[in-house]
Every structure is written in C-alpha cells, then in structure tokens.
Design a protein around this ligand. Structure first.
Ligand SMILES: Nc1ncnc2c1ncn2[C@@H]1O[C@H](COP(=O)(O)OP(=O)(O)OP(=O)(O)O)[C@@H](O)[C@H]1O
Ligand SMILES: Cc1ncc(CO)c(N)n1
Length: 535
C-alpha cells in the first residue's frame, strides 16, 4: 500500500474511513467500536461487516459468517460510490473472508490500510480459525500498518508470547521484516505501571528513514478495556488520514484512547470487561484542536506556492518592474478600504468588548495604511505611478468573498476569513525580511527603477515596512481570537471557518501573483481567428 502520502484534503476536512470488521452487538468492540472511534476522532465512519458475533462483555457465544459473495458486494457498493481515505480491518474470522478482503484491496487500492489482526477477544474467545492465520499474513503484507497485541504478535512470528517489552520489540522487528510493512507493538498486555506502544518502520523506510518511535503511556487502572485494540486502530487510521504522518497519528490516537480508558468507568455496560468511553471528549474532536493549527496545516502547500511566487522573488532581488510594484500597491490600497469595512463588521459582531476594540482598531489601521500608501508611494514622489484606478479581478473576487462572509456568515466564520490577511502577510514579511536583510544593510534604500547591480535596493523602504512590531502583535491577537471562536463554534461552523480561511488564503496568494498575471495577459497576442471577439 502507498505509505508516503500526504493527509487527505477533502473539502469538509473530514476523511471517509471504512471499517471492515465483525459486529459486536454489545457495542464495545468490532464495527460498533470502530464507528464510535472514527467519529470521535474526526472521521466519517463507514462499516462493512465480515461476521456477526453473539457477544457481550463476558464472552462470545456464537459467530455467523455471511457468504463472501455478499461481503464483496458490500465492499464494491462503497468503493463504487465513495472516496475512501483509509481502511481499517478488524475481525476476519476465516481464511475465505481474509482472501476476499485481500482480492478487494488489490482491486480498489485504498490509499491507507490499518490491519488489526484480531485473533482472540479480550474475554479470551477465539475469533480466527487456525487455518486463517496464513491468509491474514498475506493480507498483512498489503497493509500500511499492522497492530497486533502481544498474543497476536507471537502467533504472527511463530513464537511464544513475549514476556517483556524488549522481547516484544524484537518480535515486532521480525514481523516488520517478514511482512515488509510497519508494525505497532502494543504493550497493553504486559504487566507494569506503563503502557508503551512502539511504531516500527517498514524495512524499506528503516534505511535512512525514521527509527522505531516509542510512545509511552501510563496504565489506566480499569478493568474496562473491551475493544481497546479495535478503537486504537480505527483512531490511528482516522488521524493518519487527517495528518498524513504515522507517528503523529499514533500519538494522537493513543492520547485519545487514554482519555477513553479514563472515562470507561463512567459507563455502566455489562458485568465483564466493559467498553471504553469513546465520546469522553465530547462529540466533536475538533473542539480540542486549535483552529490555527488545523488551518495552517491545511494550507501548507498553498503557503509554499505563495513564497515561491515570481513577484516575491523579484521584489527580493530588486528587479521587480516598477509598473508591477505600482499595480500591487494600488490594488492593495483599494483592497484595504473594503477590508476595513469588513473588519468593522467583525467588530459589530464581536461577542466581547476586547474583541470589538481589537477589530475596530484594526479597521482604523487599514484606513491609515491606505492613506499612507497614497501619500508615500502612490503620490508621484517615488516615481511610481498608480495605473488605472479600478479593482482588478483578484482584488474584486477577494473583497466579494470577504463581504459575502461578512453578510451571511457567523462571527467565527468572519474571523477565519479575515485571518489570512494578517497571517500570510506577516509570513511573507518574515520571509522577505530574512532573505534581503543582509543586502539591504549593504545597500540602503533607493528608488524603484534604474538601479545597477551595485546600486541601492530599490524596494528597501517598502521591505522595511514588513518589520512593523505592531502588525506582528495584531496577527498574534487575531489568531488567538480565531482559536477562541473555534472552541465555541458548532461543528458546522467549524467546517465553515476552515473553508472561509482557505478561500481567503488562496486570494492572498493570487493577490501577490496578480501583477504578473495582468502583465502576462497584456502580452498575450490578440486572437485574430475568424469569429474571435476582439477586445
Ligand atoms: N489499562 C490501560 N491503560 C492505558 N492504555 C492501555 C490499557 N490497556 C491497553 N492500553 C492501550 O490500548 C491499546 C490497545 O492495546 P491492547 O494490547 O490492549 O490491544 P488489544 O489486545 O488488541 O485490544 P482488544 O481488547 O480490543 O483485543 C494500546 O495502545 C495499549 O497501550
Ligand atoms: C467483533 C469483534 N471484533 C474484535 C474484537 C476484539 O476485541 C471483538 N471482541 N469482537
């Protein structure tokens, strides 16, 4: 399976996770646990049933396995319609079922597969035929990650169960080599105060790649551990689909499971080993994540594109055509007037006086900056002439987007929409400052236009404006306000916040590219074919 992928990028920010597993009607393990785990850790859960168990917290009394034809029909029905971001596989029960799932994986090729090689329930009941072990090994070779417990690890390497953590790690390394895939060794069944897990890289990763990552954890004093393995593997699949990084996914899933174990005794389900509390953290895991972290990660690629734009490179080099610079400044002045109005609207919607004051003062600063742009840069003194006075297509689209969110969005959504103008501008400023500082020190400010290779940097004075500490402070405060609004927001609002942020970030990038796009459009030859519309 593909392992070097990045996090999925669905519009909603919610990946689609498919569990292929057995049913536990008592709800603590199997697909029932998977659906709860996936939902609790930020995924959209789907489930294909391999087998039905008659089971409670004390044990399994019967297993019914529907025909594999029907299993394949369930799998195909999903794959034909839904984008699958990750698959988690649990109880397979028999060799025929394992082979059927293997054939479907070869056909559907989902990007990520986490295999929990379920053999025995926490209660001690067997959940896999003896002759099915080979078929599970075959399946495990197609997985991105395999998560056996101590007993399953021993069966898979054909040895006695490890009695110590170091013996378990050794068996994990043997298994990773045998399967050619990464393995999570779980310490849940070893004695001791600690409950460590270890992520062992696939052999091909290990050469120059990451080393084994040990994730320590404290043992939660509870008897209610039914379904921990199912819950953990589903949470890892989900967090990997969100973050694109295995150690991060395991760390986040393990920390979430620790909370679920801590909450387990609050539930009152059965007389045996009861289930963990999947929703100990509330219904939406994003409530516990910072918006700024989610959003910044979300626009990672866009940020890289932005910093590589020819406009910025030329600005730093000092060979940006003066006309492009003038166009940028003039569009910025037009933008700031609208942006100020939108910030004033955020002030009007703010739930508390300190936030109201912050947005009002930001709105005022925008108008002052706009006036300053005209006075200092666009007045003719600098040799820059403001071209025609209309808003260009990017300015227009960006302002329309902001005004639309201000008109129909919530406060949280509006805060997310105005944030990239602070944050990305500050990021561009840091980047440009860093790159040109040395050169600017050597060659003090000069005027745009005619500078020789040894002359002063023509944009030094402009670049110096990026270093404004007041702006950095305002950016930090805007981020803080966005995080607070996200904590208080509903799940639907949180999704809208991310979308609004993403759109604004894309317009920020396009804004810096607009002078080049405009110049390129001007240079494009007219279409003189018959029937073409002449401008
Ligand atoms: N009492 C506990 N306190 C903290 N973490 C635990 C505890 N018991 C298990 N874990 C953790 O739960 C996860 C699942 O481990 P475990 O070895 O119990 O899986 P499993 O045996 O496959 O589970 P299942 O009960 O579903 O068969 C691991 O991350 C492990 O470290
Ligand atoms: C259906 C099912 N799958 C997995 C396990 C392992 O906990 C279980 N007890 N039941």
């Amino acid at each position: 399976m593909d392992t070097a992928r990045t996090a999925c990028d669905p519009i909603s920010g919610i990946p689609n996770i498919l569990s292929i597993a057995g049913s536990d009607p008592s709800g603590g393990a199997g697909i029932q646990a998977d659906i709860k785990s996936i939902s609790a850790t930020g995924g959209y859960a789907m489930a294909v049933v391999t087998a039905l168990t008659a089971q409670n917290t004390r044990g399994v009394t019967a297993v019914h396995t529907p025909p594999t034809d029907f299993l394949r029909q369930q799998l195909d029905a999903i794959a034909e319609d839904v984008r699958i971001d990750a698959v988690k596989i649990g109880m397979l029960g028999s060799a025929a079922v394992a082979r059927c799932v293997g054939a479907w994986l070869d056909h559907a090729r989902p990007p990520v597969v986490v295999l929990d090689p379920v053999m025995v329930a926490t209660s001690g009941a067997r959940l896999l035929d003896d002759d099915a072990v080979r078929a599970v090994v075959d399946l495990a070779r197609r997985a991105s990650l395999v998560t056996p417990n101590i007993a399953e690890l021993a069966v898979l390497v054909g040895a006695d169960p490890a009695a110590s953590w170091s013996a378990a790690l050794e068996q994990g390394r043997v298994l990773a080599v045998r399967l050619g895939t990464r393995v999570l060794v779980k310490g849940g069944h070893l004695p001791g105060e600690r409950c460590p897990d270890a992520l062992i890289p696939a052999p091909q990763d290990a050469t120059g790649g990451p080393d084994t990552v040990v994730l320590d954890g404290c043992r939660v004093p509870t008897e209610n551990t039914h379904g921990t393995g199912c819950s953990l593997s589903s949470a890892i699949a989900t967090r990997f689909a969100v973050t694109g990084d295995w150690p991060t996914a395991v760390r986040e899933a393990k920390s979430w499971l620790e909370g679920a174990l801590q909450g387990a005794d609050l539930l009152d389900v059965g007389a045996g080993s009861g289930p963990v509390h999947h929703f100990h953290a509330g219904p939406d895991p994003r409530a516990h994540q910072r918006f700024t972290e989610l959003a910044w990660r979300d626009i990672g690629e866009l940020r890289r594109n932005l910093l590589e734009l020819p406009f910025l490179t030329a600005l730093m080099e000092g060979d940006l055509p003066a006309t492009d610079f003038a166009y940028y400044l003039q569009q910025d002045a037009l933008y700031l007037r609208d942006y100020s109005a939108v910030l004033a609207r955020a002030a009007a919607m703010a739930p508390a006086e300190d936030e109201q004051l912050f947005w009002l003062s930001a709105a005022t600063s925008c108008l002052q900056t706009e006036a300053e742009l005209h006075r200092t840069w666009l007045s003719g003194k600098t040799g820059i002439r403001a071209g025609e006075g209309d808003a260009g297509p990017v300015t227009r689209a960006y302002c329309d987007h902001l005004r639309a969110v201000a008109g129909r969005g919530s406060y949280a959504e509006l805060v997310a929409a105005v944030l990239p103008c602070f944050w990305l501008y500050a990021a561009v400023g840091d980047h440009v400052q860093e790159r040109v500082q040395e050169r600017v020190q050597e060659r003090p400010q000069g005027r745009p236009g005619g500078h020789g290779p040894s002359g002063p940097h023509p944009y030094a004075a402009w670049i110096a404006t990026y270093a404004d500490p007041g702006f950095a402070e305002a950016t930090a405060r805007a981020k803080q306000i966005a995080d607070g609004a996200h904590r208080r927001a509903s799940p639907v609002e949180r999704t809208a916040m991310l979308a609004a942020f993403r759109w604004s970030a894309a317009y920020e990038r396009d804004f810096f590219d607009a002078p080049r796009a405009r110049a390129a459009a001007r240079r494009a030859p007219a279409d003189l074919r018959e029937g073409a519309v002449l401008a």
